[in-house]
Design a protein around this ligand. Structure first.
Ligand code: ADP
Ligand code: MG
Length: 261
């Protein structure tokens, strides 16, 4: 946290310079910076302000969110009861924009989603983002959180934007049920369940009867083992989510310059 020349509070994200930092960290930081610089602004994506170097350490300045990331919300047992539908919509809008502008996130999880005190949601951390592939491809392994990763990504197989749709589903499931879909008493067991195509997990509405069945089914579809059984893209998924939650969907209309670039 810092203040800019107008005394506005901003967040400063630095490349960590500890001895423990992996050798790929500078490359990832640079890649994340590139995404920020190219990505057009969206209300549900953290706003990029500028970047620089201090004592040879690169940093980026971002809009500061006064609130908490969703991992903290979940671990502190905070309730999002009043606005959970709104949070899901904003999460989908942000991810939809990222995809629409030509990137996939690949580390979509509660920790990388901030919620402000008044319920505004922002997606962050684009270090692992990759350009939207024409067809599924193998990506360098990222040290993400397995519980939110699609099976194909976990296994280092060919992956595309549908891995983010899976991660959105895993995050949504946990927000609604306070549980991870693939259960397990240990991380190993849960990973085994996740990688077992035959494993059938309990739909969200059976854990929490307040979840509408349609929403539970949508989340189930996002979490399908095979990418082809998920939604083909975020635009279709997001439109369905809006319909289910009774919110008017405003598709992103690309400006001619955005299309040309
Ligand atoms: N702009 C921001 N405003 C407030 N908190 C932030 C902001 N950006 C990140 N954070 C907090 O810092 C954590 C780590 O940030 P992130 O950009 O994900 O870096 P990394 O995962 O590489 O450590 C986030 O999970 C969130 O809790
Ligand atoms: Mg992060």
């Amino acid at each position: 946290m810092a203040t800019d020349e107008f005394e506005n509070v901003v967040a400063v994200r630095k490349l960590r310079s500890s001895g423990l930092t992996s050798s790929s960290a500078p490359k990832l930081f640079k890649a994340g910076l590139k995404v920020h610089q190219k990505l057009s602004p969206h209300p549900n994506i953290i706003r990029f302000i500028n970047h620089g170097k201090a004592d040879k350490t690169p940093y980026m300045v971002l809009q500061y969110v006064q609130g908490a990331d969703l991992k903290a919300v979940l671990s502190r047992g905070l309730e999002l009861v009043d606005n959970v539908a709104d949070v899901l919509i904003q999460m989908a809008d942000g991810l939809n924009h990222l995809h629409d502008r030509g990137w996939i996130h690949l580390d979509y999880k509660p920790e990388n989603i901030m919620i402000s005190l008044n319920g505004h949601v922002s997606l962050l951390d684009f270090d692992t983002a990759q350009s939207f592939p024409r067809k599924p491809k193998k990506y360098p392994k990222v040290s993400g959180t397995p519980a939110y990763m699609a099976p194909e990504q976990l296994m280092g197989k060919e992956t595309d934007h549908r891995a983010d749709i899976y991660s959105w589903g895993a995050t949504a499931y946990e927000l609604l049920t306070k549980l991870r879909p693939f259960g397990g008493r240990t991380p190993d067991e849960s990973r085994r369940n996740q990688l077992n195509e035959k494993y059938s997990f309990k739909p969200a509405h059976l854990h929490n009867p307040q979840v509408p069945v349609g929403l539970s089914q949508l989340i189930h579809q996002c979490l399908a083992y095979q990418p082809k059984d998920r939604f083909p893209n975020m635009t279709i998924m997001n439109a369905k989510l809006h319909t289910l939650l009774g919110v008017q969907y405003q598709p992103i209309i690309q400006s001619p310059t955005a299309v040309a670039s």
